[in-house]
Design a protein around this ligand. Structure first.
Ligand code: SF4
Length: 592
């Protein structure tokens, strides 16, 4: 099935960038005979190979499905534009990298939506695969296109392009869909019947064609049927499938490392954070199980870095024991251990010493706001004192530079908060003098605030570009002649993210227009074309400000109301009131 496509692809490889991303046959990749299975799944990642192959979810799916005797899973990615141009010129379809089978020949195409800025990639991917973009236009022989990942909890802007979504932890739910598919296909059910049955029989399934949205005077006024899709959670995280033999790419990827998933969820509730609602239900893996995962993965891959990944790994209750046992086991094998996601509190001060034995890259923390008082407003109550003590400890233990993440443009942000970002970064730089005798390099990444569904700040609108551009300029100017480097995410990219987060089904027309206008890889600075997006909104008759900049009322019908992630509207609204109260208190205090 694949030899002729490979014969056409192979001559293109010397002409394109990073050709190894297209050849497959990587270490631990799996080839199965399609004739021997009852369901063929293609995991299509709507970004480049280098991004997709660093995604733990892809490795989980790939390993989990291929572990079954009755199914196979292969991978597909967005070809880089140089490859895409050659494929289009020769009329070659999108293919799986494993066996170079046309993606269209699979039974199920699973797409993980990690970011809204991948939506045009999704359409490009479907078009290259020759799968009709609109779900309603697909025929009985087209694959079933299934969406998942964080953005599937507010799916409406891409609802028209999916046959169904599976919302929540995919380990058990996707398997349950696969079982349903195999069972129904076996007794001759049609594609449409299988999709319809999924709505009732698969936990977390949302079939957009079975829901109707009513608009009046331009506003969403109702969703029918009046039923909720409840986000699915894996029953036992301890025992959930973990890929101990992940595929090891030949091409360089964003992260070449073993990802140990310590926990799912986060004990905190920062008011801007969507990740905590998507992964809620705090669950931990035991140290013994994690050691097993680390050992087996190391033996099967030879990778020399173990990343302790999770939303907030510093909160893992047995961190000291885990790090100690990893050290005992891996130090002599020259395997590095890193902790990418840390939340600052009194405990964090211990972490630099804990991680001392390993090679050091930058020490990363995310205060998010420049002042303690704004941090209380966003419910990330980090004390300056704790932050600076942690940074001091990091320098003492040999870290040479610090990375800080901040959000700008929160509706309650003041000029003092912006100045606080600079001041915090400069202090972090200066603190290195105490143990190292000179200022340290501090890299600050700034991202404009995005109101995310299912968070208390879903009700807040974004600030305008004049404010955000000025804030970025002010921060850059203030950092001149210091050792603080400011890297700012584009306010226009984050504006688009807000539109695609809070959008309803009408926004899908604009996504389609943007695709027709050639938008793709919107998350990549070199490709992002904001003017084309604005043209797309105009052509589609969609006002992007309506979705990004407007404050939303307490009782307004929201396009994601049918998705229940476990946090009620009442809770979110109450949290918003607490946040406003915290802001009033701090401004009253300043005025007094
Ligand atoms: S600590 Fe991080 S993951 Fe947890 S709620 Fe806050 S921002 Fe989200």
């Amino acid at each position: 099935m694949t030899d002729s496509l490979w014969a056409a692809l192979e001559p293109l490889l010397p002409e394109v960038r990073s050709p190894s991303q297209y050849i497959g046959a990587e270490w631990n990749s799996v080839r199965k005979d399609p004739a021997g299975v009852r369901a063929k799944v293609c995991f299509a990642y709507p970004d480049a190979y280098t991004i997709g192959m660093s995604h733990l979810g892809l490795q989980i799916f790939y390993g989990m499905i291929n572990a079954r005797a009755d199914a196979l899973c292969e991978r597909a990615f967005c070809p880089w534009p140089d490859m895409e141009q050659r494929m289009r010129a020769r009329d070659l379809p999108l293919f799986s990298v494993d066996s170079h089978t046309p993606v269209r020949d699979f039974d199920i195409v699973a797409v993980s939506l990690q970011t809204e800025l991948s939506y045009t990639n999704l359409l490009n991917l479907l078009e290259l695969a020759r799968i009709p973009l609109i779900a309603g236009e697909r025929g009985p022989n087209d694959p079933i296109v299934v969406g998942g990942g964080p953005s599937s909890t507010y799916p409406e802007p891409v609802a028209d392009f999916f046959d169904l979504f599976i919302i929540g932890d995919g380990e058990e739910t996707f398997v349950s869909f696969l079982d349903l598919y195999i069972e129904m296909k076996g007794r001759g059910a049609s594609r449409a019947e299988i999709v319809r049955a999924a709505q009732d029989r698969v936990p977390g399934a949302y079939v957009p064609s079975l829901f109707e949205f009513a608009f009046e005077g331009g506003r969403l006024v109702g969703i029918s049927p009046d039923r909720k899709v409840t986000k699915a959670s894996v029953a036992s995280f301890e025992d959930a499938y973990f890929p101990t033999a992940p595929v090891v790419p030949y091409a360089e990827t964003v992260f070449d490392r073993i990802n140990l998933e310590l926990m799912r969820g986060c004990p905190h509730r920062c008011r801007f954070c969507h990740a905590v609602s998507f992964k809620n239900n705090l669950r931990f893996r035991s140290v013994d199980r994690l050691l097993e995962h680390a050992e087996q993965t190391y033996l099967s891959t030879g990778l020399d870095e173990i990343a302790l990944t999770s939303l907030s790994s510093g909160d893992y209750p047995h961190l000291r024991e885990l790090v100690g046992r990893l050290l005992a086991r891996f130090k002599s094998r020259a395997v590095n251990v890193s902790l990418p996601s840390l939340r600052i509190d009194a405990r964090l001060k211990e972490i630099p010493a804990l991680m001392k034995p390993w090679r050091k890259s930058g020490f990363t923390v995310a205060p998010e706001a420049g002042t303690e008082s704004l941090r209380r407003v966003i419910r990330k109550p980090i004390k300056d004192e704790d932050l600076f003590e942690t940074v001091r400890a990091a320098y003492r233990e040999g870290w040479r530079h610090i990375k800080l993440y901040f959000m700008i443009g929160h509706p309650n942000e003041t000029e003092a908060d912006l100045r606080g970002i600079l001041q915090t970064a400069k202090t972090c730089s200066e603190l290195a003098r105490e143990s190292q005798g000179h200022r340290a390099q501090v890299n600050v990444t700034i991202s404009p605030f995005v109101p995310k569904p299912h968070t208390p700040f879903q009700f807040k609108g974004q600030r305008d570009f004049a404010y955000l551009d000025e804030a970025v300029r002010m921060l850059r100017d203030g950092a001149r002649t210091t050792r603080v480097q400011i890297k700012a995410h584009s306010p226009r990219g984050n504006y688009l993210e807000a539109v695609l987060s809070r959008g309803d089904r009408r926004v899908g027309r604009a996504v389609l227009e943007a695709h027709r206008l050639g938008c793709k890889f919107d998350e990549w600075r070199e490709f992002f074309n904001f003017d084309a997006w604005m043209q797309a909104f105009e052509r589609a008759g969609v006002d992007p400000d309506y979705y990004a900049r407007r404050d939303i009322d307490e009782h307004e019908v929201l396009p994601w109301d049918m998705i229940d992630v476990g946090t009620s509207r009442e809770y979110l609204w109450r949290e918003l009131q607490y946040s406003d109260e915290a802001h009033r208190e701090r401004t009253a205090h300043v005025g007094a």
